[in-house]
Write a protein that binds this ligand. Structure first.
Ligand code: ATP
Ligand code: LTN
Length: 335
């Protein structure tokens, strides 16, 4: 199949901290696997990241580091597009237009807004509220078919589809209406200390709750060793066993085993042995990624070249959609 005919994948990640094992298993790992079959765009969503206060020097560094990590997991900047959101002006422009096609009632239902507003009660800004509109713009600018994300983003994908459908119903077929791609295993990795809530990279209260992709091997192993379990001894899935179920999911996801195979692997094992095996599997999976990350992050010139080339290629595609949209809503057209 020629590359023109391939469907388009779009996804992005915020440079809001060191990515967690949740980000990796819910999103990054699938991005890598989908590269073969699709034309892909992978964004660093730094415009989304400033909806909460960031230290500017740190944000710039984390933005570059996230690009290095994209490269380290094997995303290919030649075949696909890796870029930084703020480098493509079309994102800001389309976000305003789409704001005018989004109802406050829709935004009021977003659970991520409610969570983040509760977490950052001193800074409940309008950007945090319209965050899903900026995200819809990201996806729609590139006429994306499929958006690989973790389960927490499902609601944002739904609002994106609603906005696209509404715009199309007024102006004709301007936007492709995208589908979410949410993995069967790994879509919702939970905190190790608090398996009732998702593992989140920007959480800093309890470092043992989150495995970061760039944690040293012994740190990864120790965090998993300390993960909360429960008072019985059985290694199985169950709503009554959130800690064990989460560790089983992590294990399946890094080894590509099915849940049944995983449960089978640990028949008759104690929790200690089980956690050690899960820790080892994660460490081994991350080792080559961590090594590659060191190499890429030491080559700032190369990483910045990737960012600049990516921005140029992304802008070209984004501007085509943006120009169509501007015409449709009645902005001036100059001869
Ligand atoms: P923050 O803590 O700053 O809100 P985050 O860790 O939730 O960030 P995002 O940058 O918002 O991460 O998300 C990047 C991708 O990782 C998204 O596709 C999201 O669905 C996925 N993701 C985030 N956390 C998890 C998780 N615990 N399990 C599976 N996927 C996740
Ligand atoms: N909000 C997303 C990050 C993101 C995104 C996107 C994901 C920004 N723009 C477009 C998919 C498609 C998140 O994962 N928190």
């Amino acid at each position: 199949m020629s590359s023109e005919k391939k469907k388009v994948i779009y996804s992005a990640m915020q440079p809001s901290g060191v990515p967690s094992l949740g980000n990796y298993l819910g999103a990054l790992k699938n991005w890598k696997n989908l590269q073969e079959e699709y034309n892909c765009l992978f964004g660093v969503a730094n415009m989304h990241a400033i909806t909460v206060r960031q230290d500017p020097t740190e944000l710039r560094q984390r933005t570059r580091d996230l690009v290095s990590l994209f490269l380290a997991i094997g995303l290919d900047p030649e075949e696909h597009i890796i870029y930084v959101q703020s480098d493509v002006r079309a994102h800001a422009e389309i976000a305003w237009i789409l704001n005018c096609f989004t109802y406050m009632g829709e935004l009021n239902r977003m659970t991520q807004f409610k969570d983040k507003a509760a977490k950052h009660a001193d800074n409940i800004n309008a950007g945090l509220y319209t965050y899903p509109v900026l995200m819809a713009g990201d996806i729609l600018l590139y006429q994306s078919d499929l958006v690989p994300v973790g389960a927490d983003q499902k609601q944002h994908l739904e609002i994106c589809r609603d906005i696209a459908g509404r715009f199309n119903s007024i102006y004709g077929d301007v936007f492709k209406v995208p589908e979410p791609y949410i993995p069967k295993v790994g879509a919702r990795i939970m905190g190790l200390q608090n398996p009732e809530r998702k593992m989140s990279k920007s959480e800093s209260d309890n470092l043992n709750n989150v495995v970061y992709i760039l944690d040293e091997p012994n740190v990864i192993a120790n965090k998993i060793k300390r993960a909360v379990t429960d008072s019985d001894t059985e290694i199985r899935y169950g709503e009554d066993k959130p800690g064990i179920s989460n560790l089983l999911n992590i294990y399946c996801s890094v080894t590509d085993k099915t849940p049944d195979e995983a449960v089978n692997d640990f028949k008759g094992c104690g929790y200690g042995e089980f956690k050690k095996s899960v820790g080892d599997a994660v460490v081994e999976h991350m080792r080559p990624i961590q090594e590659k990350f060191k190499e890429y992050s030491a080559d700032r010139a190369y990483v910045e070249r990737v960012m600049q080339n990516g921005a140029e290629k992304a802008s070209y595609i984004a501007n085509k959609t943006l120009n169509k949209v501007k015409k449709k809503v009645g902005y001036p057209i100059y001869k």
